[in-house]
Write a protein that binds this ligand. Structure first.
Ligand code: FPP
Length: 235
């Protein structure tokens, strides 16, 4: 069975999960962080090489200060201590996103996680934090422009060559999962999603367990990926 190399998840529905249970939205984020830890370990067990997750978008700063502060403190707590299991299990953690607007404590916790796991080989967890897909393309284009100014010859520049200008040089996304019932991309990894298969589920992220993840993998394995071409065996 073919396993996708790079899976991405838009972890949506934490707030509604909590509200439906009469809890505060923050409880949903806390539960979501526990789910993320389990799913990351499971994904690597399934042979997936890269898992990208949308933890906080550049637009999430529009939320109430209380919720933003809660999430930032949760990130600090998770990266400083709670993600130890991820580090010990050999997963390398990297981050994608802009560094502006993030306070020093959050950036220190992110650095700490990256340094602690930099030599890990088992798989990569790419956490998109203060991230926007259009912003990533703009930031990459600016880096490319600098190289062009320095004399880079772009006559034979190919779409694959653009990846090294993105926040992380990762393979294209094979499978995108969005939990929480919405049917949109919300400015997530636009460049890397070009030929990705999409899987949408109504399940809220805190309830997205291993068996839910396996359903998405099963769907992927039954899709016919043609990349704009024709699959001979179906004609
Ligand atoms: C979307 O649900 C989720 C977020 C904005 C935050 C995602 C964060 C986590 C899963 C927590 C832990 C992450 C790390 C990296 C430790 P929502 O709040 O938009 O839910 P709603 O659509 O039901 O309101």
């Amino acid at each position: 069975m073919e396993v996708p190399k790079h899976v991405a998840i838009i972890m949506d529905g934490n707030g509604r999960w909590a509200t439906n249970k009469g809890l505060k939205r923050s409880e949903g984020h806390l539960e979501g962080s526990k789910t993320l830890e389990k799913i990351a370990l499971h994904a690597m067990d399934m042979g997936i090489e890269v898992l990208s997750v949308f933890a906080f978008s550049t637009d999430n700063f529009k939320r109430d200060k209380e919720e933003v502060d809660y999430l930032m403190n949760l990130f600090i707590k998770m990266f400083k201590t709670k993600f130890d299991k991820i580090a010990k299990k050999g997963i390398k953690v990297v981050f994608s996103g802009r560094k502006n607007n993030l306070n020093n404590k959050v950036m220190d916790a992110m650095d700490n996680m990256e340094v602690k796991t930099k030599d890990n080989q088992r798989g990569i967890l790419n956490i998109c934090l203060n991230y926007g897909g259009q912003e990533e393309i703009i930031d990459a284009s600016l880096k490319l422009a600098l190289d062009i100014n320095k004399g880079l010859n772009i006559d034979s520049f190919k779409r694959e060559d653009f990846y090294k200008y993105l926040y992380q040089d990762l393979p294209p996304i094979d499978l995108l999962i969005r939990t929480g019932g919405e049917l949109r991309i919300s400015n997530f990894m636009l460049y890397q999603l070009s030929y990705s298969e999409f899987y949408f589920t109504n399940t809220y992220f805190p309830d997205f367990d291993k068996s839910e993840f396996n359903k998405a993998l099963f769907m992927y394995q039954n899709r016919d990926r043609r990349y704009g071409g024709i699959n001979e065996k179906n004609n």
